[in-house]
Design a protein around this ligand. Structure first.
Ligand code: ZN
Ligand code: ZN
Length: 250
């Protein structure tokens, strides 16, 4: 991934950014080491541990394979998803997790520029439908008040800087404050999320090609339930873009 560093070096830094770096010294999103620049907030060691998703992968759920050609994974051969394609920028490993949790629970929004650069270089992400409408996976209003921001909305804004007007943060609503999915098995995850989402105004999504944005694809239960709700409201197609995805299917 040295190409990322060379790309940054080639663009040069604005003097404003240099000043900001002086006042708020940049540090690695994963290990916290001080960095000489803020364009990519990972030290070289941690950047080396980030596993970017590239071929070969499953054309449906986007899982990364160790070798071979792109092919449908065992799960996608038997499971009918409500989304058409899911793509993720990187594998959810310990290094990625620290950076994502720093954004989600530490409010480290400086991470977004780095995540945007990663997404720009993600080849599998080019398979996603050209959206008419970009929808972040919503938080329940109570959780949104607690956290102060929805990380999926921030990621949607970072991933689609030129399509801001297409981002519909209220098109999909979470009507129940579900318990966090972490630690639940597949069946409990599905039960927990049943009818958790709604489309307040179906006209907003009817006939549209939609990209749904979330931070992590774990079992796919959340994005699948969102996609089901959107398709039921008349969406033509729903694709899924997440910053990271777990390395194995459940
Ligand atoms: Zn580091
Ligand atoms: Zn698959």
């Amino acid at each position: 991934m040295n190409s990322i560093f060379s790309k940054i070096a080639g663009t040069g830094r604005s003097s404003l950014q240099a000043l900001a770096d002086l006042c708020f010294p940049p540090s690695c999103l994963s290990c916290g080491a001080a960095l000489p620049q803020s364009a990519i907030l990972f030290c070289e060691r941690c950047l080396g541990k980030i596993k970017f998703i590239n071929e070969p992968y499953c054309p449906c759920c986007g899982i990364l394979f160790a070798a071979g050609e792109n092919h449908l994974c065992t799960l996608c051969l038997k499971k009918k998803w409500h989304f058409t394609r899911a793509r993720a920028v990187m594998v959810y490993n310990a290094t990625a997790a620290k950076a994502i949790l720093g954004l989600k629970f530490g409010g480290r929004k400086a991470a977004l520029a780095t995540f945007r650069t990663f997404k720009e270089q993600c080849r599998p992400c080019a398979d996603l439908v050209t959206p008419d409408c970009i929808i972040p996976v919503p938080l329940h209003s109570r959780r949104l008040r607690q956290r102060g921001f929805n990380q999926s909305l921030l990621l949607a804004l970072a991933f689609y800087p030129a399509e801001k007007k297409m981002i519909r943060k209220t098109a999909l609503k979470r009507r129940r404050d579900t318990i966090p999915q972490t630690g639940l098995d597949g069946a409990s995850r599905r039960r927990n999320l049943r009818d958790a989402f709604q489309v307040p105004s179906p006209r907003e999504v009817c006939g549209k090609n939609i990209v749904l944005v979330d931070d992590v694809f774990t079992t796919g239960t959340t994005v699948n339930e969102c996609a089901r709700t959107l398709r039921q409201a008349g969406a033509a197609r729903v694709d899924v873009l997440t910053l990271a995805r777990v390395a194995k299917n459940w």
